[in-house]
Ligand binder design. Structure first.
Ligand code: IVH
Length: 343
């Protein structure tokens, strides 16, 4: 029996509210509400779905945590290998990259699409007929681990594509932990007497590889899309910049700091501009990535070893600082618990 119109309308309104706050938090980086308010629409939606089970579709936001814990992750073979990127450290390395692209394409100046290099973990998300069905880690590039149940708990990852349902679409991107979520996780860990994490990347890696998705769900992870894997029944845009816009329209967070520019000068300006605001970004980055913008040109350039010839990662110096351990003090708490404190 179909749910009454009023219940349907209310469930739709609650889902829209949840989607809007997800977007504000994960895409716009401007959360409007507190964490408590973030979770507010859930109980009412759960009650509605319990009363009218036909409203509880698999892509309902209440169904993010579902699977029971397994004892290992299955292996997944990537239909399109997940490659790595060549690194550039100095301006001359970037100049050499630009020269190789110009020569191979026989053009005076090449258009590039620039974006941050997220410091997280690469994953591949498979959507069949618009629904998220499988997600895997990069692994060795050919085979990764099936972490679907954990990826479903990440609110930045859409469970259903917006306004499109190709037979297959694999979206590739980076799972990471926003700095504010990393800090509150470490605060909670310390309060509970649990181990704290060294950096957001380690926290994200540890959280994604939990065998119990309920644990992953408690760690707030984020996601940014930056590319495609295999696809069927999907017409890929002609440029990387248009692909990012398309991914955004399908409901994926993509880098806000992205730019199309022509020639070497624009690349170096982007590097400097993003570098200057690196500390203010909501997440860690370890560089920026330049990709030849036109897909037809990418195909002409092809691959060498396990990296595309049409892209390069321009790295920033490591942000970790060296500190000197002066002393280790031992604090004895009220309950007699002993805590070593580094000076
Ligand atoms: S593109 C074929 N774009 O960097 C090109 N990768 O060393 C494949 N990464 O494993 C990658 N941000 O985890 C691309 N905006 C970005 C990226 C990015 C981070 C990571 C990714 C990949 C590694 C390559």
């Amino acid at each position: 029996m179909a749910a009454p119109r009023a219940a349907q309308a209310r469930a739709l309104a609650l889902r829209r509210e949840i989607d809007r706050h997800n977007r504000l938090y994960y895409v716009e980086d401007s959360p409007e509400i507190s964490d408590a308010a973030f979770d507010e629409p859930f109980p009412e939606l759960q009650d509605l779905e319990a009363a009218h089970p036909e409203l509880a579709t698999p892509d309902s936001p209440t169904r993010r945590v579902g699977a029971v814990p397994g004892d290992a992750f299955d292996e997944v073979t990537h239909r399109v290998p997940m490659l790595s990127l060549a690194n550039a450290f100095a301006d001359e390395d970037v100049a050499a990259f630009d020269r190789r692209c110009r020569e191979a394409l026989g053009s005076e100046a090449v258009d590039y699409s620039c974006e941050p290099k997220f410091d997280g973990l690469a994953v591949s998300l498979a959507y069949e007929h618009g629904r998220f069905v499988r997600g895997a880690t990069r692994g060795d590039g050919s085979q990764g681990e099936d972490v679907t149940a954990n990826l479903r708990t990440i609110r930045a990852i859409p469970l259903a594509l917006e306004g499109a349902a190709p037979a297959l679409l694999e979206v590739r991107g980076e799972v990471l932990m926003l700095r504010r979520d990393f800090e509150s996780l470490n605060r909670r860990q310390a309060e509970a007497g649990e181990k704290t994490f060294v950096n957001p990347r380690n926290a994200a890696a540890g959280s994604l590889r939990q065998l119990d998705p309920r644990l992953t769900a408690r760690r707030r992870l984020s996601f940014y899309a930056y590319g495609l894997g295999a696809f069927e029944g999907f017409e890929p845009p002609a440029t990387h910049a248009a692909l990012l816009d398309r991914l955004a329209a399908l409901g994926f967070p993509v880098a806000k700091d992205r730019l199309v520019t022509r020639g070497l000068q624009g690349l170096l300006e982007f590097y400097a501009r993003v570098g200057a605001k690196r500390a203010q970004l909501p997440f860690d980055i370890d560089g920026v990535v330049y990709k030849v913008n036109r897909v037809a040109d990418q195909e002409k350039l092809g691959f060498v070893a396990r990296a595309p010839r049409w892209a390069v990662a321009h790295k920033y110096p490591a942000q970790e600082a060296t500190t000197e351990l002066l002393d280790i003090e031992v604090q004895v708490g009220r309950t007699g618990a002993i805590t070593p404190v580094a000076r």
